[in-house]
Design a protein around this ligand. Sequence first.
Ligand code: MG
Length: 460
Amino acid sequence: MTRLFGTNGIRGIVNQEMNNELALGIGKAWGTYLKQTITRPKLAIGTDARLSNSMLKYAITAGLLSTGCDVIDVGLVPTPTLQYTIKEKKFDSGVIITASHNPPQFNGIKGAASDGTEFSKDVEEAIEKIYFSRQYSLATWRDVGTYSSWDGAIDSYIKGILSTVDVTLIKKQKFHVVLDCGNGAGSLVAPILLRKLGCEVTELYCEPDGRFPGHNSEPIPENLTTLLKTVHEAGASFGIAQDGDADRAIFVDENGTYIWGDKSLSLVGKYITGKKKGGVVVTPVTTSTCFEDVIRENGGSVIYTKVGSPVVARVMKEKNAVFGGEENGGLIFPEFQYCRDSAMSLAKILEILAKEKRSLSELIAEIPSYEMYKTKIACPNDKKERVMDLVVEQVKGNKDVTNIDRTDGVKLYVKGGWVLMRPSGTEPIFRLFVEAKEKQRAEQLVTTYKNLVESFLQHV
Ligand code: MG
């Protein structure tokens, strides 16, 4: 079956693959799906700051209303704000119109279940099936859904965050934070949250603007040059950048040094497992070993999952995990909600700094460092399975390989590191991830495994 949903919802270029007809059809399919088990489903809908948001929001809303669902519009909000609203206000489901960190010409549709978690693959597939079959259950004229709006989502979400951290302690420290919302949806929450936490705030690109005039909305170092410079020059406590829909956060230390997501994930994981004296944490197989190192030191354990935040969140819930997240700045705090949340990450970093009374650079320096390499290997989609099987056969009995893990692609634990080959779901490539303590060893592993895959490719 053709797939519409990717790792994080449906994405595409506006008025090309992401158009009103698609949104309308998805709305009808979604409503039909919900009506299989709920008589009168109630959904929340929200958007990020993109220019095509109203267009897609009203198209999908029309589809939902036609099947007899009631839709409550919460307006322009970060993705985690919508997810929190669904859970707190007991909606049956939620729709967010967002393309996260993608370039401005993109937009997307993402779904959440009644507990606020992102849709699982099963639900997405069920909706897709209805969409492609066009077997919609439309309501009679009497039962068409109602549309209304509610403007309390941001307030209630900020209150929720403040109730989970030590506000008094944070306020005392009078932190100075440089905040880069990248003209995204985070602009509506993070400045308010920081002031409520007694911080002095230097704002960069904190006006929502779907053209992203400040910089591209992926929080990678090359997009954050102004933030890095400003933190250092202003003598601020630290800096933070959010992606377009504010589920992910990247931090910058007081010297203006970019902190990779693995390190911030580890810092928070270390703090939480330290406080709880252990516990289960969850992360995808791509995360650096530095995370496992700090968790184990505190008596905790790590469960590795496939890549994708919906999977991480679900496993966290199942295993009653104390913390989890991804190496791209997507941190999940189960005491608040089971989804990535940049504002909650910000509040937690402030609490850590306030408790530890040390600078962010000092705390990050205590997290172990590894050399990680990421590269791509071209491979036709129909050969991916066979190539992975051949790699597994080849390394069996190899003394250098201590464990073979098939959670997502092939992960080989080797002496002093690991090698992960992951077939891309969208492109004819493998992503090769290699990590080792020593640079030389990591480079050697990249060469060895790249050559191995390429030699198999000539024969399959
Ligand atoms: Mg995002």
